[in-house]
Design a protein. Structure first.
Length: 249
Protein backbone atom coordinates (compact mmCIF):
# COMPACT_ATOMS: atom_id res chain seq x y z
CA UNK A 1 0.00 0.00 0.00
CA UNK A 2 1.40 3.41 -0.98
CA UNK A 3 2.08 5.90 1.78
CA UNK A 4 -0.73 8.42 2.31
CA UNK A 5 0.71 11.87 2.67
CA UNK A 6 -0.83 15.19 3.63
CA UNK A 7 -0.48 17.79 0.85
CA UNK A 8 2.44 20.15 1.33
CA UNK A 9 0.93 22.85 -0.91
CA UNK A 10 -2.77 23.52 -1.42
CA UNK A 11 -3.99 26.09 -3.95
CA UNK A 12 -7.59 27.32 -3.95
CA UNK A 13 -9.63 29.07 -6.62
CA UNK A 14 -12.10 30.90 -4.40
CA UNK A 15 -15.12 30.98 -6.69
CA UNK A 16 -18.77 31.79 -6.01
CA UNK A 17 -18.81 35.13 -4.17
CA UNK A 18 -21.06 36.84 -6.72
CA UNK A 19 -23.48 33.93 -7.03
CA UNK A 20 -23.67 33.63 -3.25
CA UNK A 21 -24.69 37.30 -3.05
CA UNK A 22 -27.11 37.08 -5.99
CA UNK A 23 -28.90 34.04 -4.58
CA UNK A 24 -29.51 36.01 -1.39
CA UNK A 25 -30.51 39.26 -3.05
CA UNK A 26 -27.44 40.99 -1.68
CA UNK A 27 -24.83 43.26 -3.24
CA UNK A 28 -21.68 41.93 -4.86
CA UNK A 29 -19.69 43.63 -2.12
CA UNK A 30 -21.38 41.52 0.54
CA UNK A 31 -20.38 38.34 -1.29
CA UNK A 32 -16.73 39.37 -1.56
CA UNK A 33 -16.73 40.58 2.05
CA UNK A 34 -18.20 37.30 3.28
CA UNK A 35 -15.67 35.37 1.22
CA UNK A 36 -12.73 37.30 2.64
CA UNK A 37 -14.01 36.63 6.13
CA UNK A 38 -13.43 32.88 5.96
CA UNK A 39 -9.82 33.04 4.74
CA UNK A 40 -8.42 33.04 8.27
CA UNK A 41 -10.40 29.95 9.33
CA UNK A 42 -9.38 28.04 6.21
CA UNK A 43 -5.73 29.00 6.70
CA UNK A 44 -5.83 27.76 10.30
CA UNK A 45 -7.49 24.51 9.25
CA UNK A 46 -4.96 23.61 6.57
CA UNK A 47 -2.09 24.46 8.92
CA UNK A 48 -3.61 22.27 11.64
CA UNK A 49 -3.59 19.41 9.11
CA UNK A 50 0.14 19.82 8.48
CA UNK A 51 -0.09 21.82 5.25
CA UNK A 52 2.84 24.24 4.92
CA UNK A 53 1.81 26.24 1.85
CA UNK A 54 -1.57 27.75 0.92
CA UNK A 55 -2.05 29.82 -2.24
CA UNK A 56 -5.32 31.67 -2.85
CA UNK A 57 -6.49 33.01 -6.22
CA UNK A 58 -7.93 36.37 -5.16
CA UNK A 59 -7.87 38.40 -8.38
CA UNK A 60 -6.86 37.31 -11.88
CA UNK A 61 -5.59 39.24 -14.88
CA UNK A 62 -8.99 38.56 -16.48
CA UNK A 63 -10.87 40.04 -13.51
CA UNK A 64 -9.92 43.53 -14.69
CA UNK A 65 -12.59 43.03 -17.37
CA UNK A 66 -15.34 43.19 -14.74
CA UNK A 67 -17.45 46.27 -14.18
CA UNK A 68 -15.92 49.26 -12.42
CA UNK A 69 -18.55 48.91 -9.70
CA UNK A 70 -17.50 45.36 -8.86
CA UNK A 71 -13.78 46.11 -9.10
CA UNK A 72 -14.30 48.98 -6.65
CA UNK A 73 -16.12 46.59 -4.29
CA UNK A 74 -13.32 44.03 -4.52
CA UNK A 75 -10.67 46.66 -3.85
CA UNK A 76 -12.63 47.87 -0.83
CA UNK A 77 -12.58 44.32 0.53
CA UNK A 78 -8.83 44.08 -0.07
CA UNK A 79 -8.25 47.30 1.83
CA UNK A 80 -10.42 46.16 4.74
CA UNK A 81 -8.65 42.80 4.92
CA UNK A 82 -5.18 44.35 4.93
CA UNK A 83 -6.08 46.91 7.59
CA UNK A 84 -7.97 44.59 9.93
CA UNK A 85 -6.17 41.24 9.52
CA UNK A 86 -2.47 42.02 9.48
CA UNK A 87 -2.11 41.80 13.27
CA UNK A 88 -3.84 38.42 13.21
CA UNK A 89 -1.45 37.17 10.52
CA UNK A 90 1.48 38.17 12.70
CA UNK A 91 -0.14 36.59 15.78
CA UNK A 92 -0.87 33.34 13.92
CA UNK A 93 2.75 33.11 12.67
CA UNK A 94 1.64 33.29 9.02
CA UNK A 95 4.15 34.34 6.37
CA UNK A 96 2.31 36.38 3.73
CA UNK A 97 3.47 36.52 0.11
CA UNK A 98 1.91 38.11 -2.97
CA UNK A 99 2.33 37.01 -6.59
CA UNK A 100 1.06 38.70 -9.72
CA UNK A 101 1.21 42.04 -11.54
CA UNK A 102 0.32 44.83 -9.12
CA UNK A 103 0.85 47.71 -11.57
CA UNK A 104 -2.87 48.47 -11.88
CA UNK A 105 -3.59 48.35 -8.15
CA UNK A 106 -3.95 51.57 -6.16
CA UNK A 107 -0.79 52.84 -4.41
CA UNK A 108 -2.32 52.47 -0.94
CA UNK A 109 -3.15 48.80 -1.57
CA UNK A 110 0.38 48.11 -2.80
CA UNK A 111 1.82 49.95 0.21
CA UNK A 112 -0.29 47.96 2.66
CA UNK A 113 0.60 44.72 0.90
CA UNK A 114 4.29 45.54 1.24
CA UNK A 115 3.82 46.39 4.91
CA UNK A 116 1.95 43.13 5.53
CA UNK A 117 4.58 41.06 3.73
CA UNK A 118 7.41 42.80 5.60
CA UNK A 119 5.77 42.39 9.00
CA UNK A 120 5.23 38.66 8.46
CA UNK A 121 8.53 37.92 6.67
CA UNK A 122 10.15 36.32 9.72
CA UNK A 123 7.14 34.11 10.53
CA UNK A 124 7.83 30.41 10.08
CA UNK A 125 4.32 28.98 10.26
CA UNK A 126 1.95 28.67 7.31
CA UNK A 127 3.15 30.22 4.04
CA UNK A 128 0.10 32.09 2.73
CA UNK A 129 0.37 33.38 -0.84
CA UNK A 130 -2.24 35.68 -2.35
CA UNK A 131 -2.42 35.80 -6.15
CA UNK A 132 -3.41 39.30 -7.29
CA UNK A 133 -3.44 40.41 -10.90
CA UNK A 134 -2.16 36.93 -11.62
CA UNK A 135 -2.40 34.77 -14.73
CA UNK A 136 -0.57 31.52 -15.36
CA UNK A 137 0.05 32.20 -19.04
CA UNK A 138 1.32 35.72 -18.35
CA UNK A 139 3.67 34.35 -15.69
CA UNK A 140 5.19 31.87 -18.12
CA UNK A 141 5.49 34.49 -20.86
CA UNK A 142 7.39 36.90 -18.62
CA UNK A 143 9.67 34.07 -17.49
CA UNK A 144 10.37 33.07 -21.10
CA UNK A 145 11.08 36.70 -21.98
CA UNK A 146 13.59 37.06 -19.13
CA UNK A 147 15.36 33.85 -20.13
CA UNK A 148 15.42 34.89 -23.79
CA UNK A 149 17.07 38.17 -22.83
CA UNK A 150 19.72 36.30 -20.86
CA UNK A 151 20.36 33.96 -23.78
CA UNK A 152 20.66 36.92 -26.14
CA UNK A 153 23.18 38.63 -23.84
CA UNK A 154 25.21 35.45 -23.41
CA UNK A 155 24.42 35.06 -19.69
CA UNK A 156 22.67 31.76 -20.41
CA UNK A 157 23.31 29.16 -23.09
CA UNK A 158 20.33 27.63 -24.93
CA UNK A 159 21.25 24.17 -23.62
CA UNK A 160 21.02 25.53 -20.06
CA UNK A 161 17.30 26.21 -20.41
CA UNK A 162 15.46 23.52 -18.48
CA UNK A 163 12.57 23.16 -16.03
CA UNK A 164 14.68 24.35 -13.11
CA UNK A 165 15.71 27.55 -14.90
CA UNK A 166 12.13 28.19 -15.99
CA UNK A 167 10.87 27.82 -12.43
CA UNK A 168 13.50 30.24 -11.15
CA UNK A 169 12.08 32.97 -13.40
CA UNK A 170 8.41 32.45 -12.55
CA UNK A 171 6.58 34.63 -10.07
CA UNK A 172 6.06 31.40 -8.12
CA UNK A 173 9.81 30.70 -7.85
CA UNK A 174 9.66 30.52 -4.03
CA UNK A 175 6.64 28.20 -4.01
CA UNK A 176 6.77 24.40 -4.20
CA UNK A 177 4.69 22.52 -6.76
CA UNK A 178 0.98 22.34 -5.98
CA UNK A 179 -0.16 19.04 -4.51
CA UNK A 180 -3.89 19.76 -4.31
CA UNK A 181 -5.86 22.31 -6.32
CA UNK A 182 -9.34 23.07 -5.00
CA UNK A 183 -11.99 25.06 -6.84
CA UNK A 184 -15.20 26.00 -5.08
CA UNK A 185 -18.40 27.34 -6.61
CA UNK A 186 -19.60 24.43 -8.82
CA UNK A 187 -17.34 25.20 -11.79
CA UNK A 188 -14.79 22.67 -13.04
CA UNK A 189 -11.90 24.48 -14.70
CA UNK A 190 -8.49 25.79 -13.66
CA UNK A 191 -8.95 29.34 -15.03
CA UNK A 192 -5.32 30.10 -15.89
CA UNK A 193 -4.12 29.54 -12.32
CA UNK A 194 -0.60 28.27 -11.50
CA UNK A 195 -0.39 26.41 -14.81
CA UNK A 196 3.26 25.46 -14.42
CA UNK A 197 3.11 24.62 -10.74
CA UNK A 198 0.12 22.28 -10.82
CA UNK A 199 1.32 20.05 -13.63
CA UNK A 200 0.86 17.01 -11.36
CA UNK A 201 -1.60 18.43 -8.87
CA UNK A 202 -4.59 16.46 -7.70
CA UNK A 203 -7.81 18.32 -8.50
CA UNK A 204 -10.88 18.72 -6.29
CA UNK A 205 -14.05 20.58 -7.24
CA UNK A 206 -16.49 21.62 -4.54
CA UNK A 207 -20.14 22.41 -5.17
CA UNK A 208 -20.03 24.84 -2.26
CA UNK A 209 -19.87 28.55 -3.04
CA UNK A 210 -16.78 30.10 -1.48
CA UNK A 211 -18.55 32.19 1.21
CA UNK A 212 -20.19 28.97 2.47
CA UNK A 213 -16.99 26.91 2.26
CA UNK A 214 -16.07 25.90 5.81
CA UNK A 215 -13.47 24.07 7.84
CA UNK A 216 -15.39 20.77 7.64
CA UNK A 217 -15.39 20.85 3.83
CA UNK A 218 -11.72 21.77 3.83
CA UNK A 219 -10.87 18.88 6.15
CA UNK A 220 -12.93 16.49 3.99
CA UNK A 221 -11.02 17.44 0.84
CA UNK A 222 -7.67 17.04 2.58
CA UNK A 223 -8.73 13.60 3.80
CA UNK A 224 -9.84 12.69 0.27
CA UNK A 225 -6.42 13.72 -1.06
CA UNK A 226 -4.67 11.58 1.55
CA UNK A 227 -6.46 8.52 0.16
CA UNK A 228 -5.47 9.13 -3.46
CA UNK A 229 -2.68 7.27 -5.19
CA UNK A 230 -0.28 9.79 -6.74
CA UNK A 231 1.97 8.13 -9.34
CA UNK A 232 3.44 11.05 -11.34
CA UNK A 233 3.38 8.90 -14.47
CA UNK A 234 5.09 5.96 -12.75
CA UNK A 235 3.94 2.51 -11.71
CA UNK A 236 0.66 2.14 -9.86
CA UNK A 237 2.07 -0.31 -7.35
CA UNK A 238 -0.58 0.36 -4.75
CA UNK A 239 -3.24 -0.82 -7.22
CA UNK A 240 -1.40 -4.01 -8.03
CA UNK A 241 -0.83 -2.96 -11.64
CA UNK A 242 2.95 -3.33 -11.48
CA UNK A 243 2.65 -7.09 -11.02
CA UNK A 244 -0.09 -7.32 -13.63
CA UNK A 245 1.96 -5.65 -16.34
CA UNK A 246 5.08 -7.65 -15.48
CA UNK A 247 3.16 -10.91 -15.73
CA UNK A 248 3.43 -11.70 -12.02
CA UNK A 249 0.46 -13.19 -10.22
Amino acid sequence: MAERKTPDHIAIIMDGNRRWASERGKSGYSGHHQGAGIVEDIAETVHDHGVKWLTLFAFSTENWKRSSVEITAIMTVFRHFLITRIDRLVEKNIHLRVIGDLDRFAPDIIENLNIACDRTASNDGLNLTIALGYGGKADMVQAARQIAQKVASGQVQPDDVDETLMKQHLGTADLPDVDLLIRTGREKRVSNFLLWDMAYAELAFSETLWPDFDTHEMARLIDDYCHRDRRFGGDASSLGLTKRFSGQS
